[in-house]
Design a protein around this ligand. Structure first.
Ligand SMILES: [Fe+2]
Length: 440
């Protein structure tokens, strides 16, 4: 089933597919695209970003959640964090070689400094000789036989690209590639593998940060140089994108903070509530070892989780008396209103989903949809606990604050019924620690 989700983005839903079919579908895309670029679109090479995800019987989720996850993966793929094209080494080599390097990207007088790290110097020399030096830019090659001195030279600066000759054994751990990427994040790494090198290892090396993986027996003079230059250009594009993304994220964060303050201006009795919930939710996420990305999504979602209240008339929001049924219904609609507001913004995080679910409970007794444990995001489960704990610690127009002890007692009693036990445990531990959070 193919549907358009906006602009030039499309979603393909493969019902009854499995992980193998996902790989097959993506490979078909890559093949068709290569063919199209080769035969019909020589002047304007088309590129696509694919975010593919899959859910199985153990991980039920709604279509929107599935789409949001695929969207997030595609976003990460665009920002260079993951590779979701099939990077089978030989395939990758030929597809990259056929790609165009932007005209004028390298000046004729440029000298591209390249370092080859590899234990076998004979092989290193052979690799260096395969670089076509008849056309500009010139490639100045240096060598290192071991990783440590090689890294030292890279850090001394001046190199544009690193070739890592991993030898026949492919004896290079994933950890090493991560270390290199972290140490010299600006330098593209090309792995030179052997045709006997395990394909999975090569894929993982690319996934962990190598720009390219070439099989030394299949390297061709002209293509090799283009692959090296293309890797540099691609790395530069990735760094530029990361930089732009960083600025974009900064603007988004400021927007969220502004939106949060607008909500709190209209609802003075809960002023500071979102900020305090956000702080507590972040602490719980860290205690539960959620990923950095998840923690950030949660922190931002919590900061704005009641944004839907912007649609509730002020006199209802600040009413000191008990609300009637209709008023209560309106209040209970705020996660939906929040979702409607936030879903229109293309956040790189699952913010709208987290907000949508923050009043759901694991036994399905929450609102707006009464969904249960398996359909709830862990971020929403954390937000639900942080929200309740903070709310019970603060005064409201219609009641005095029951206090933190009562709040912790409440989540403990309802652990496993309304609240996720692991989240409750983490929250209680935080308040029992030497420096418990102060919800002010
Ligand atoms: Fe709320």
């Amino acid at each position: 089933m193919i549907s358009r989700i906006g602009g030039d983005e499309f979603a393909i839903t493969a019902i009854d597919a499995n992980l193998d079919s996902k790989e097959i579908i993506m490979k078909r895309f890559q093949d068709r695209l290569s063919e199209y670029n080769r035969t019909q679109n020589k002047d304007h090479q088309l590129s696509i970003s694919i975010g593919a995800t899959f859910y199985g019987p153990d991980e039920p989720m709604t279509f929107d959640e599935l789409l949001a996850r695929a969207d997030r993966i595609m976003y990460e793929s665009k920002s260079g964090k993951r590779i979701h094209e099939l990077p089978a080494a030989s395939k990758e080599a030929s597809s990259i070689a056929s790609k165009k390097i932007k005209p004028g990207y390298f000046a004729k007088t440029d000298v591209v400094k390249l370092l080859i790290i590899g234990a076998d110097q004979k092989e290193n020399n052979l690799i260096a000789k395969t670089l076509d030096q008849t056309t500009p830019p010139t490639i100045a090659v240096e060598f290192a036989s071991k990783l440590e001195p090689g890294m030292k030279r890279l850090l001394d600066g001046g190199f544009s690209v690193l070739l890592l000759n991993i030898g026949q054994s492919g004896n290079l751990g994933i950890g090493i590639i991560k270390t290199i990427c972290n140490t010299v994040p600006d330098i593209p790494i090309i792995i030179i593998a052997d045709e006997k090198t395990d394909n999975e290892l090569m894929i993982n090396l690319i996934r962990e940060g190598a720009q390219d993986c070439l099989i030394k027996q299949k390297i061709e003079k002209g293509r090799f140089k283009r692959s090296v230059l293309y890797a540099i250009e691609r790395k530069h594009a990735e760094l530029e994108l990361k930089n732009n993304l960083h600025n974009f994220v900064h603007v988004l964060e400021s927007t969220i903070e502004t939106m949060a303050s607008i909500v709190e201006t209209r609802d003075p009795y809960t002023a500071g509530h979102q900020r305090r919930v956000s702080m507590l939710a972040e602490s719980i996420a860290q205690a539960m070892n959620l990923s950095e990305e998840q923690t950030k999504s949660l922190r931002l979602a919590a900061l704005i989780h009641d944004v839907g209240k912007i649609k509730i008339p002020e006199n209802i929001l600040s009413k000191p008396n008990k609300l009637d049924r209709h008023e209560m219904e309106l209040i209970k609609n705020h996660p939906v209103s929040g979702f409607e507001i936030l879903k229109a913004i293309k956040f790189p995080w699952l913010i709208s989903q987290i907000v949508y679910q923050h009043h759901e409970r694991i036994n399905g007794s929450g609102y707006p949809n009464g969904i249960g444990d398996k359909d709830l995001l862990i971020e929403s489960k954390i937000l639900a606990v942080a929200d309740v704990v903070e709310a019970m610690s603060s005064d409201r127009p219609y009641r005095k604050a029951p206090g933190i002890d009562k709040a912790l007692q409440e989540i403990k009693e309802k652990s496993g019924e309304l609240y996720d036990p692991a989240v409750v445990e983490a929250c209680i531990k935080i308040f029992q620690s030497h420096s418990p959070p102060v919800l002010k």
